[in-house]
Design a protein around this ligand. Structure first.
Ligand code: GLP
Length: 237
């Protein structure tokens, strides 16, 4: 595992976008595993700018997102589908039909988990998986647990996750308490993993990547991935 420390969020975003852009240039029909949250917004801005500048072409790219809140329809501004359309898909020439997220509003969540697992497998495990990290070490919505869940599953969000994510909602009561997420299995099967973290994640980055591998800190499993890179930004700006 490589841990790269950079000075700023801007630098982290540029470097991450360069790695993702390199993947797209190398294999135009690659499968990108994508993430939501504040961490990747700058990366998506850089990718959109590279597309606008004619440097990148997303026309053949396929994407699979990590997770989605349960109970939110895709047109809900708090849904991760909405986030992805706003920050990336609407700004580049990716074919929307090739962009995939779990459906958090599916009537039968068990069937939805099975559908999404089969879909990701049929596309081929991601050539590159982008990740953020929660303050408690979650990746996707794989919360600290007794073991590492392998497949797509629904999860009860930790109280600390609900609190942290409430900054994007009007009221903490509006934050869904459940989500559907790719398991650790799909993340570990990605050919390359790229995790980005800002200065507020200093403590958990240390714990996850320099401490023991344990399901109590889900991201720690990445220490065992054959090609994982962490970019840590020392400052916000
Ligand atoms: C959410 C997402 C994660 C993300 C995490 C950190 O809970 N499910 O995929 O990595 O938040 O988000 P942020 O980058 O906003 O700190």
């Amino acid at each position: 595992m490589r841990i790269i420390e950079v000075e700023s969020y801007k630098e982290m975003s540029r470097l991450a976008a360069r790695m993702i852009g390199g993947q797209v240039a190398l294999k135009p029909n690659c499968v990108l595993g994508l993430a939501t949250g504040s961490s990747p917004i700058g990366t998506y801005e850089e990718l959109a700018a590279d597309y606008q500048a004619g440097i990148l072409d997303f026309s053949q790219v396929r994407t699979v997102n990590l997770d989605e809140y349960c109970g939110l329809t895709p047109d809900n501004p708090q849904s991760y589908r909405y986030f992805m359309d706003l920050h990336l898909f609407g700004k580049v020439n990716v074919d929307k039909a090739n962009t995939h997220l779990p459906n958090g509003a599916a009537p039968d969540m068990q069937a939805e988990c099975a559908r999404y697992e089969a879909l990701v497998e049929s596309l081929g495990w991601p050539d590159l998986q982008l990740l953020g990290i929660g303050h408690n070490g979650h990746i996707g919505f794989n919360e600290p647990a007794e073991d590492f869940p392998t497949c797509v599953h629904t999860v009860q969000l930790a109280q600390s996750t609900i609190q942290a994510n409430s900054r994007l909602f009007d009221r903490v009561e509006d934050v869904p308490t459940q989500a559907v997420t790719m398991g650790i299995g799909a993340i570990m099967k990605a050919k390359r993993v790229l995790l980005i973290a800002g200065p507020d994640k200093k403590e958990i980055v240390e714990k996850a990547f320099r401490g023991p591998v344990t399901p109590q800190v889900p991201a720690s499993i990445l220490q065992l991935h054959r090609d994982a890179t962490v970019i840590f930004a020392k400052k916000d700006a």
